[in-house]
Design a protein around this ligand. Sequence first.
Ligand code: ATP
Ligand code: MG
Length: 635
Amino acid sequence: MHEIKESFDVKLAEDEKYYVPDEKYRRTSWIGDYQRRYDEFLADPDAFWNDIAEELDWVRHWDRVLEWNYPYAKWFVNARLNITSNCLDRHVASDRRNKAALIWRGEDGTERVYTYQKLLTEVIHFANGLKKVGVSKGDRVCIYMPMVPEQAIAMLACARIGAVHSVVFAGFGETALNMRITDAQAKIVITADISIRRGKAIPLITIVKEAILNAPSVEHLVILRRRREPPVEMRPDFELDFYELMRNGGADCPPEAMDAEDPLFMLYTSGSTGTPKGVVHTCGGYMVGTYYTSKYVFDLKENDIYWCTADPGWITGHSYIVYGPLIVGATVFISEMTLDYPDPGIWWRLIEEQRINIFYTAPTAIRTFMKLGEAWPEKYDLSSLRIIGSVGEPLNPEAFEWYYHVIGKDRCPIVDTWWQTETGMQMITTMVGEPMRPGFVGKGIPGVVADVVDKDGASVPLGSGGFLVIRTPWPAMFRTIYNNDERYRQYWETIPGVYTAGDLAVKGTDGYIMVIGRSDDIIIISGHNIGTAEVESALVSHQAVAEAAAIGKPDPLKGNSIKAFVILRVGNAPSEKLKKDLMYHVRMTIGPIAVPQEIAFVEKLPKTRSGKIMRRVLKAQEMGVDPGDISTLEE
Ligand code: ATP
Ligand code: MG
């Protein structure tokens, strides 16, 4: 329970528990001594970012590292660059030319490998194809594709010629897609005839055709035809075949020299707390931020095979499948596979087969595996793993433990990374080599000044709670919200002088940060602020519970009472006794004030298509009111 206004001591379960990684991690990591790096950054932030940017290729050097005109930042002022030169050409000109850039595995078992040379060639041809149909610098291109290599090729081809991509996750329906196409005034939509999920073909093209009915900005559809027999028919002149466009492209496409502050892409937030926001990222700072974090947070080494299970339709996929790892020159594994098809062992089998070294996934997946039991991962050899990561929601202590023991075999450091669509890059984590604390993400990475503050922006004392903020600009920060700069300013003006993330957090006595929920979701009971994540973590720490969501319901006496929705682990049955046990368990873990008044056993929780719990939907349902924008709700 954490007061937001004044701070006070925080009682946390397992307060003093740490896992200390083997000493070799720190000795061999890129980051080395975290504190020393952090101090170097604090001593001279511009020099810190300058040195990282110097590792990359630029067409024109910057005049200044940062021009900060609160709340507007310009990074690498007057520099010119193309991010694809750093993702591709730089490696092709080096020993990495024949190295695998992307290894893709389709659901039907097909595998495709793109070397850096091959990827560059395809990107160039497709970029030229886009030019031929009239796409030029600054035009918006909507990419609505399944998880196939062509999705990354389309993104990189846009970046090559300076077109601004807006990737829309292929799980969205026509309304969400139409909104994103019209909002961006997209000139071209790149799509595929079908996407394949759990052995079934889903006709994407039908959705696209619906979505563009009221979208007059669209001049062409580019269609990747995956189904050979019979191939979808194309409307002449309007619809173009992906590979035909590529074949007609031509082999020479010099990278467009972009200003560091030119937009690179726009992308919508997940919509967990409200209407999705169209976040705009720019070329220079985003390149430096994703390069730096990919290299240092994942500690990517030359021979690693890296797998991030996100879809490029989310920021995680943009920054940590496509741009960041390719800038580093890594080998990226991409799989179209759902986590439980053909069976719940598939991901672990892929790790065994591909000898994956670095694995990055989300708490929703980890909790699903917890529910299904340890037998699945135990069938496979996971000894190639070196570092495992998490992103998207709080990784509850229980899920941390499971991930650490069952997947990481007590050996792999976990990088639980806190960041947002808006931040573009990872911001808070426990850097490889540092002691890990279950439930806590960690500290600001070198380059990031993260803090927990009260309503007036004053740092809360160690051991208390408040609002999670970032105090100084960082290179990959978003520059605006598309068509809504007012909304952009709000992030910086809610608490004057700092970036307010919209999350609540606790600063441990060691300075480690624990994210306890969304500011919107805070439950105030008898004057105490209770984070949803605290109650949920307490529930998940019970051996019968796989996943939980907590919401506040108005209560005449206490202001609010808590209702919890609980998914049980396989082998447990709902009962009144179990409810009582769970209430008792929360009482013992957090205290009487956090005990749910009601508990409901459910099979599913409402989630965004990226797997985040949408508590506002549960709450609206409970109160019998309109849930608001549910365009990103999973079916
Ligand atoms: P919207 O802003 O539309 O409500 P969203 O915030 O879910 O959607 P994203 O940008 O995808 O959209 O998610 C960022 C949020 O995810 C963070 O603000 C935080 O609440 C949560 N998050 C991400 N990583 C972590 C993490 N490691 N630990 C705890 N929370 C995390
Ligand atoms: Mg958000």
